[in-house]
Design a binder for this molecule. Structure first.
Ligand code: NAD
Ligand code: WQD
Length: 346
């Protein structure tokens, strides 16, 4: 039997960013339905979301490539907005397996858009990335910066999907899309119940730092200390995951205004180096983070940070959580869940 209540469909809702967005959506009073194929997540995260919010979240293990299964969700729930997080995100893997990335990320999105069209659901918020800007031509990076010069297949999927969504909006003015270009999301929900749960060796800086602190890794390897930055290490714009998640809920207002296709940076506007982050984490947690300087990682750039003004002016959104809170919240999650969502024995 189909429900008459309105729902936000969250694809990839069991993942790191999706699960935090589900909490913020529920706390803002929205009904949520989650689909996730669990390739990089576990439904345990949704159980934790339910603990945090005291609300039930209907969740389905569905692959976006399985169009018939996606259709059934649209038949069962009255969906008004889709938040689309589902996709693969490992940059290095995307260079090795480009077809897997194009098939999953682009193919999955096209399926989703087709089903949305079929059911007359024309509002989407898409997880894009600062990676669409490639190596910055100027700093801070605003939304007018040229896009599309990214060098890895993952980044190109984000750029291609942005273009596909833009074309869909151009073809039918009833469509509205907000493309959110994330800088570097870090941290965890205050409860310490949900957080980032990387499989295998973390690719990203802060999950690696947290695993060193909890004793799962011996030391951090700092990729490059000869960049043209104040201390020679790479500079990025780290944003608290809850600020980022709240940006999605606020962006829903833009859809209601009939915005067409618009893109916003979600960042703080401030860059910190790898060593700044190590120091901040040590200060916030009292944990020593041994590190070794090593050569640059292929494909990395020296410095990138956002100009977040457009989101502030247009959406009324800006970040409120600083480095200390990012590190404290990350550590609460990691120390309470040393193995992430996996049971202690695995
Ligand atoms: P994540 O891997 O934790 O979440 C993605 C979720 O999508 C996972 O739960 C995974 O199981 C699911 N998924 C993957 N392929 C799917 C498919 N075919 N069908 C259904 N579900 C599928 O990653 P995240 O960090 O939460 O990222 C969420 C989104 O934000 C991704 O699109 C990612 O590219 C984008 N993004 C992430 C970052 C970042 O640094 N974490 C930065 C910019 C953009
Ligand atoms: C940050 C800094 C590293 C790990 C990547 C993707 C990007 C986006 C976010 C999705 C850099 C350094 C890292 C380590 C290190 N994802 N570092 N030792 O590279 O800015 O962005 O994740 O869209 O597309 O490319 O983030 O966390 O990997 O690195 O020294 O073990 O930390 O060199 O300077 P990055 P990151």
């Amino acid at each position: 039997m189909s429900s008459t209540a309105e729902y936000v469909l969250v694809t990839g809702g069991a993942g790191y960013i999706g699960s935090h967005a589900v909490v913020e959506l529920l706390e803002a009073g929205h009904n949520v339905v989650v689909v996730d194929n669990l390739v990089n997540a576990s439904m345990e995260s949704i159980g934790r979301v339910e603990e945090i919010t005291g609300k039930k979240v209907p969740s389905y293990q569905i692959d976006l490539l399985d169009k018939e299964a996606v259709k059934k969700i649209f038949q069962q729930y009255k969906i008004t907005v889709v938040m689309h997080f589902a996709g693969l995100k490992a940059v290095g893997e995307s260079v090795q397996l480009p077809l897997l990335y194009y098939h999953t990320n682009v193919g999955g999105t096209v399926n989703l858009l087709e089903v949305m069209k079929e059911f007359g659901v024309k509002n989407i918020i898409f997880s894009s990335s600062a990676t669409v800007y490639g190596a910055p031509q100027y700093l801070p990076v605003d939304e007018k910066h040229p896009v599309g010069s990214c060098t890895n297949a993952y980044g190109k999927t984000k750029f291609f999907i942005e273009e596909i969504i833009r074309d869909v909006c151009n073809a039918d003015k009833e469509w509205n899309a907000v493309l959110l270009r994330y800088f570097n999301p870090v941290g965890a929900h205050k409860s310490g119940k949900i957080g980032e749960n990387p499989q295998g060796v973390p690719n990203n800086l802060m999950p690696f730092v947290a695993q060193v602190a909890v004793g799962r890794r011996e030391h951090l390897t700092v990729f490059g200390s000869d960049y043209d930055t104040p201390d020679g290490t790479g500079v990025r714009d780290y944003i608290h995951i809850v600020d980022l998640a709240q940006g999605h809920v606020i962006a829903m207002n833009k859809l209601k205004e009939g915005c067409g296709c618009v893109a916003y940076n979600l960042g703080t506007g401030v860059g910190y180096s790898v060593l700044d982050m190590v120091k901040a984490f040590q200060k916030a947690t009292g944990k020593e983070i041994p590190y070794k300087l090593a050569p640059r990682r292929e494909g990395d750039i020296a410095t990138v940070y956002a100009d977040p003004k457009t989101a502030e002016v247009d959406l009324g959104w800006k970040t409120t959580r600083g480095l200390e809170e990012m590190c404290e919240d990350l550590w609460r999650w990691q120390s309470n869940n040393p193995n992430g969502y996996a049971p202690a024995s695995s």
